[in-house]
Design a protein around this ligand. Structure first.
Ligand code: PLP
Length: 462
């Protein structure tokens, strides 16, 4: 047998050499490459539990779980073994042409077990974006199959995030994304987000929740209910800045969708698999979605996998009246990815992680964030399960923001990086979504680091 040259180890090159090769060849997602070339990428070389190490040997507490995905933490042997075993037995086969594979079938069964009762079927993709593209095609096909092809319009929200493909980025309401590439695609419109601190401070949170939900009703009436196919939202907006809606918001959205017979789509790419303290965010928010997109936490990010849970109501129409659904991906039901997902979900169950979030570390994170409200930079804190946000403001009393040119969020993020903590900045909103395996001591460790970095940011701003 010939020897195949595997990728070289991290130690085979210096940081500078890695950075030079990176800059010469690698175009990164959501990155200003001119800026990156000046600074050089930070090279992450290994990870264990909730910690990362970079090529300079620095240890970093990963309070973002990679990119909201490493729910079970790094280094879980059960996931590694599942991938190796499956790669040896059957690394790949497709699910087209009336074929299937045991890992994909097992994962479909397991998903039917852990998702809310209206779901017993799944359509697999490799990412959240592909999942949301599938949603667009599926809801339109559903309505056409029911003889209502004019129901085309899907309503999303400004500052929502549903991925980076043409349909995913269109469903999302990120103005920077819409400014490039002619988005949104036709038939997708947006309402304002339920962001109390930015849009609703004249009202109580509860009243604002109802106001924000009724923007959906106003939009439906403006378009004509007979033309609206679906509403899509993240239970808690993640990339938009961990915006936790008031408790009144989602029940009112559900009432409005029911009233006009519009499909409700819950994008659970971030909120799914325990992050909110229930298996899925819709359970925390009290909705009963017709479709549910997932990705990230389904494999804890160890390997790419996503999909759409299809409710029995929708599946019945698609199966009995829809004929062939002309849609799918080479990697829909990828056996190795599915094997890792099965191992990951079993591990979440074994470690009782959903209860751990709901009863232990979620309340601890909430108390820790609430205790930061005394900090001069912090105007608002919000948490939901293992997600948290700190809104940095110039003036606490009035909530007056900093001049955006000061880039206070980026300044704080740099202090976090410099002090062994990964925290993300969305404008001046500092956010975390730590691994669900965190111990109570590790939550304390993270909270101490956050306060220290806020103090350093404050001294720099004085
Ligand atoms: N939906 C939500 C809520 C997300 O947060 C993301 C990614 O962050 C996506 C969809 C897109 O997922 P992916 O990056 O796997 O395509």
């Amino acid at each position: 047998m010939s020897t195949v040259q595997a990728p070289i180890s991290a130690a085979a090159r210096s940081t500078r050499q890695w950075q030079e090769a990176d800059s010469a060849h690698f175009m990164h997602p959501f990155t200003d490459h001119a800026g990156l070339a000046r600074k050089g990428a930070r090279i992450i070389t290994r990870a264990e539990n909730i910690y990362l190490w970079d090529s300079e040997g620095h240890k970093i507490l990963d309070a973002m779980s990679g990119l909201w995905c490493v729910n079970v933490g790094y280094g879980q042997q059960a996931l590694i073994d599942a991938a190796a075993r499956q790669m040896k037995e059957l690394p790949f086969y497709n699910a087209f042409f009336q074929t299937s594979t045991p890992p994909a079938i097992q994962l479909a069964e397991l998903l039917a077990e852990v998702t809310p009762p209206q779901f017993s079927k799944v359509f697999f993709t490799s990412s959240g974006s592909e999942g949301n593209d599938t949603v667009v095609r599926m809801v339109r096909h559903y309505w056409a199959s029911l003889g209502q092809p004019e129901r085309q319009v899907i309503i999303g929200r400004k500052n929502g995030y549903h991925g980076s493909t043409m349909a995913g980025a269109s469903l999302g309401g990120m103005s920077g994304m819409h400014a490039q590439g002619g988005l949104p695609i036709p038939g997708i419109v947006h309402i304002e987000q339920p962001h109390w601190f930015e849009l609703g401070r004249g009202q109580s949170r509860e009243d604002f929740g109802l106001t924000a939900a009724r923007w959906l009703e106003a939009k439906i009436l403006e378009i004509g209910p007979e033309k609206v196919a679906a509403f899509i939202g993240e239970p808690v907006q993640g990339a938009g800045g961990v915006i936790v809606p008031p408790s009144t918001y989602w029940p009112e959205i559900q009432r409005i969708c029911d009233r006009y017979g519009i499909l409700l789509v819950s994008d659970e790419v971030i909120c799914g698999f325990g992050r909110t303290g229930q298996w899925f965010g819709c359970e925390t928010m009290g909705t009963k979605p017709d479709l549910m997109t997932f990705a990230k936490g389904v494999t804890s990010g160890y390997i790419p996998l996503g999909g759409v849970m299809v409710s029995d109501k929708v599946a019945k129409v698609l199966i009995e009246q829809g004929g062939e659904f002309n849609h799918g991906f080479t990697y829909s039901g990828h056996p190795t990815a599915c094997a890792v997902a099965v191992a990951n979900i079993r591990l979440i169950q074994q470690l009782n992680l959903v209860n751990h979030v709901r009863q232990n570390i979620g309340p601890q994170l909430a108390a820790g964030f609430a205790s930061l409200e005394d900090h001069p930079l912090v105007g608002e804190t919000q948490t939901c399960g293992m997600m948290g946000a700190l809104q940095l403001v110039k003036d606490k009393a009035s909530g007056q923001p900093f001049d955006p040119a000061l880039e206070v969020g980026m300044l704080c993020r740099a202090h976090c990086f410099g002090n062994g903590l990964i925290m993300r900045a969305v404008g001046d909103r500092m956010i975390v979504a730590p691994p669900l395996v965190m111990s109570r001591d590790q939550v304390d460790e993270m909270m101490a680091l956050i306060r220290h970095c806020l103090d350093l940011s404050l001294s720099e701003l004085k």
